[in-house]
Design a protein around this ligand. Sequence first.
Ligand SMILES: [Ca+2]
Ligand SMILES: [Ca+2]
Length: 218
Amino acid sequence: MGKIGTEKPGPDVWPGESTGRAESISVGLGTPSSREASDCSPCCYSRRGACLSAFLILLLTTLAALIALVAILGPPSRTPGAQACVTQMNRTGFLCNDRSSCIPASRVCDGVRTCAHGEDEEEALCRAVPQSLPGFLVAHCGDPASWIYSDQMCDGINNCGDCSDELSPVTTCPPCGPGWWLCPSTVFKYCSCIPRSLCRDHVQHCSDWSDEYSCPGP
Ligand SMILES: [Ca+2]
Ligand SMILES: [Ca+2]
């Protein structure tokens, strides 16, 4: 403490002030040096503690302001979550900019302006499908090189070509819906369910013929 005191400008400083400053330095900063003392000279000569507090408050305020700014401006309008919706058919959809129209995922980047203002066909969204699409619109087939739109999973149609979008182990789907008949399909278009409209039409659609002999009909 005595050493610090001797480094201060001697003659111009009152004895009491010099002692007080040395004490506050040793408590607040541990090993002060003459360089540190000169770094904040405008404040140090008045109230070093108040200066430090003000600096900390300013730092914290700036941090809080930055966090608030990120919270407000952070989620851009294209945040995937902000554009995900559920269609009337209970399928994954894309929310148009009017915030009320929910179009099926497979209508995005299909070359047709489905949203009123065509945001489903925007260049940024469609320039490198599927990489440029939000993740919620895309599902993968058993073959990693193949993909489908997420609303094509469990829709009864063989979109992947190997039925991996309709059958386990790749996809776990609920049982056939009310309009469908459970059977191993003989038709490439279907997998484990066929539309009941194909029952009793005198054409085999199930490998076990159940569509003609067991299915009650449409
Ligand atoms: Ca479209
Ligand atoms: Ca499908």
